[in-house]
Design a protein around this ligand. Structure first.
Ligand code: UDP
Length: 327
């Protein structure tokens, strides 16, 4: 059970993952505040039952005002730029937003009622790995985006004692799918995510699928990832809030299902839905690691949550259904 008294602030609550987190939160609690600058978020993804404030995490005045006015005791910090290839080209933009923005938000917690912080980190901080990766693997960020997430984690850990809060860092694996409510899903297509691209192609008469790289050292030469449904990931956030509020102990957890699928595995599933699709084998995409999937021992034990949507076909179908609705 979530504590009723105080409010929860969700930064980036108008984004793909943020909107799914808010959708779960408002079912349990009525004082949810969204702070989003709408640069990569969308107003239409914001939940009507939450209070929406358009603003930037880098704006100290707005952040301070919100923390005090709404008596925030928990922050779910998801606001970030997340385009891996853009980050390589625009490091300064990512440094300012993802690293300085996080620092600003954390500093604003001084002399407030904030007791719990949940942070969206990424499996990309591990770099290339062999076998299932556990939380105690030393981070080895290989892209600038991953570096900004790694730095974000450190800012949150470093200031925890000083500002007197507990934290939960969730290292997301590959997030896909859309809410069963059919009201929210991934809108932005410029990131080039596999499931988003497949969903877009599913609506075409003559779908074309690109497979980036077929010469990796994996079972079929294509990259391996651990895909999780966005609503299960949202449930994990709610559980982290409950754990921090009740057990008062900081956490670093992977969130994946613990099973790796190759791009070819996913495309083969897609081919059953769209039989006439054309497959193009392309060069490797810069910045991609060959394989990454989660060791979920720790997160299964601590979160004690049964995933509701752990079915790759259903995840793909939910992405396609959402895409139909968007068009
Ligand atoms: N990928 C692909 N075709 C696409 C989009 C992605 O082959 O149209 C591959 C990509 O190279 C990577 C995997 O699918 O190996 C997952 O990519 P995605 O962008 O979904 O997530 P990432 O792991 O990069 O965060």
């Amino acid at each position: 059970m979530l504590k009723k008294k105080n409010s929860i602030l969700v930064t980036g609550g108008a984004g793909y993952i943020g909107s799914h987190v808010v959708e779960q939160l408002v079912k349990k609690k009525d004082n949810i505040i969204i702070l989003d600058n709408l640069v990569t978020g969308f107003k239409k993804l914001t939940n009507k039952k939450a209070k929406f404030i358009k603003g930037d995490i880098k704006n100290t005045i707005i952040v301070n005002k919100i923390l005090k006015k709404y008596n925030i005791d928990t922050i779910i910090h998801l606001a970030a730029y997340l385009n891996i290839s853009e980050a390589e080209k625009s490091k300064k933009k990512y440094f300012i937003n993802n690293i300085l923005g996080t620092e600003n938000l954390i500093k604003a917690c001084q002399n407030t009622n904030v007791k719990n912080i949940i942070f969206s980190s990424s499996c990309s901080i591990y770099g290339n790995i062999q076998g299932a990766v556990s939380e105690n693997k030393k981070p080895n960020p290989m892209s600038y985006y991953a570096y900004t997430k790694y730095k974000g984690e450190n800012i949150i850990k470093k200031n925890s004692k000083k500002y007197n809060y507990r934290y939960a860092i969730l290292r997301y694996f590959n997030v896909a799918g859309a809410s069963p409510s059919k009201k929210i899903g991934e809108i932005e297509s410029s990131h080039g995510h596999l499931f988003k691209n497949l969903a877009i192609q599913a609506l075409k008469k003559y779908p074309v699928i690109n497979i980036f790289g077929s010469d990796y050292k994996t079972k079929d030469g294509t990259c391996i990832r651990d895909y999780v449904h966005v609503s299960d990931l949202a449930d994990a956030h709610i559980k982290c809030v409950e754990l921090l509020q009740n057990k008062k102990k900081s956490l670093v957890l992977n969130y994946g299902y613990g099973k790796g699928y190759s791009v070819e595995d996913i495309v083969n599933i897609f081919k059953k839905i769209k039989k006439n699709c054309l497959i193009n084998y392309k060069d490797r995409r810069p910045g991609d690691v060959a394989q990454v999937y989660a060791n979920i021992k720790k997160s299964r034990k601590i979160l004690n949550l049964k995933p509701r949507f752990n079915n790759i076909k259903k995840i793909l179908q939910s992405s396609i259904n959402w895409e139909k609705k968007l068009n």
